[in-house]
Design a protein around this ligand. Structure first.
Ligand SMILES: Nc1nc2c(ncn2[C@@H]2O[C@H](COP(=O)(O)OP(=O)(O)OP(=O)(O)O)[C@@H](O)[C@H]2O)c(=O)[nH]1
Ligand SMILES: [Mg+2]
Length: 401
């Protein structure tokens, strides 16, 4: 018994010694209970970078947006009842895509105006997908009714076909094209009456393949309204005489029958060098236009278009919508209702309007070469517009002549 007690004491002693030895030996490597705890209590505590996944580049550190110095993406304020409008075929999709991108980058991303597309055919899904993705406003797609894109019943189709043959031989641009004639007639007399356009008061016409070279930082539609403007242009030039031999005679026929539509303080001096006897062929280039749709829908303009349409020159000659709009604006608007947008830098093949004045071009991030500016060239009518309105030409214009 005494032997077994001694044996038990011996075992207890050994166990106690082993426990003591374990604590003494491990105290230098095992963390103590006072190891600092991590508290994420302050809001500024930096967050760790996300783990780097093998094969991926190391993530760049997070940055804060510099929203104090960058201009607002969309300029706040009221919007006008306005839309862009484009007449196009499905095949124009990539060229109109370029134009839209320019208009959005330079202007519309800040204002988000709608865009109406019109076509004599149905727009296909690709056209709609591409253009909708580019426009910051709402896009609308309209089909032109057949009666607005066909020969009116009073047109002698054989005579019209003979004219196209003659013009083809004379190599007059688009002289043999039927669709070009429908297009010119549609732009002259119908686009502003399309059901989709009836919702709006202002339009800005955009064609495929055009360019805008400077930032536009204000609402051009609001400018038109605030300054009582109804029609505007960036480029003006002389029309090919072969395309409009009897347009002025048809105009005089109209003014004889509707003298009430001709306003007093008109722009006859821009259109004629002999007080209205003959037309000097000056016109505003209508592939760019910002204008008032209610004016185009007025009795005065509709009477003018209807009278020209019955004269037949859209098919027996090749009247363009540019001289038609220009003569209408020149005679049926007061001259201070027509605006020259010197600040909208614009290109439609083959002419450029690059604003005169270096400081303006620098301030508005313009990318056009002032040497390409057409305004002070002998083939432009813009000098006449300045002279008629007793406006001083922009400083430095002589260097661009
Ligand atoms: N839907 C449709 N649109 C057309 C047709 N012909 C021309 N257009 C559009 O009408 C506008 C004027 O036509 P353009 O071919 O640009 O005429 P232009 O400006 O005199 O001549 P370009 O120097 O070729 O630009 C453009 O927006 C064209 O996309 C057509 O047959 N159908
Ligand atoms: Mg064009």
């Amino acid at each position: 018994m005494a032997g077994s007690q001694r044996y038990i004491r011996y075992i207890v002693f050994a166990v106690v010694a082993l426990v003591l030895l374990y604590f003494i030996g491990s105290s230098s490597t095992v963390p103590s209970a006072s190891w600092p705890a991590y508290h994420d209590s302050t809001p500024n505590t930096p967050k760790p970078n996300p783990p780097v996944v093998a094969g991926e580049k190391e993530a760049t550190p997070a940055t804060t947006p510099n929203d104090k110095t960058l201009p607002a993406a969309t300029i706040p304020g009221e919007r006008m009842n306005a839309t862009f409008v484009t007449l196009a075929r499905n095949s124009d999709v990539w060229e109109i895509a370029k134009s839209i991108r320019q208009v959005e980058d330079r202007f519309n991303r800040k204002f988000n105006y709608d865009w109406v597309f019109l076509n004599d055919d149905d727009f296909n899904d690709e056209f709609k997908r591409v253009t909708t993705s580019l426009v910051s406003g709402t896009t609308k797609y309209g089909k032109i009714p057949k009666e607005h894109w066909s020969f009116p019943e009073w047109i002698d189709q054989d005579k019209a076909a003979r004219v196209r043959e003659e013009m083809k031989e004379k190599k007059i641009i688009y002289g043999d094209s039927v669709s070009y004639r429908h297009m010119c007639r549609y732009e002259s007399g119908f686009f502003f009456r399309h059901p989709l356009m009836l919702d709006y008061e202002w339009y800005w016409r955009v064609e495929p393949s055009v360019e805008l070279y400077c930032d536009i930082n204000y609402d051009t539609f609001k400018f038109m309204a605030d300054n009582k403007k109804k029609y505007s242009f960036t480029l003006s030039l002389y029309e090919y005489v072969e395309t409009i031999p009897t347009l002025w005679a048809a105009t005089k026929n109209f003014t004889t029958h509707f003298p009430q539509h001709v306003v007093k303080d008109n722009s006859m001096k821009f259109l004629s060098d002999d007080g209205g006897e003959t037309y000097n062929k000056c016109h505003f280039w209508s592939n760019f236009e910002i204008g008032n749709l209610n004016w185009l829908r007025s009795d005065a303009y509709i009477d003018f278009f209807t009278s020209l349409d019955h004269a037949g020159g859209f098919f027996y000659e090749r009247w363009g919508d540019a001289p038609v709009h220009s003569i209408a604006a020149g005679l049926m608007l007061a001259k201070d209702e027509i605006h020259f947008f010197n600040d909208i830098a614009y290109y439609h093949v083959p002419f450029t309007h690059c604003p005169t004045g270096e400081q303006y071009r620098l301030d508005h991030k313009c990318s056009c070469n002032p040497k390409d500016n057409f305004d002070w060239n002998g083939y432009s009518c813009t000098s006449r517009f300045y002279e008629m309105n007793n406006m001083d030409k922009p400083a430095g214009y002589e260097k661009e002549q």
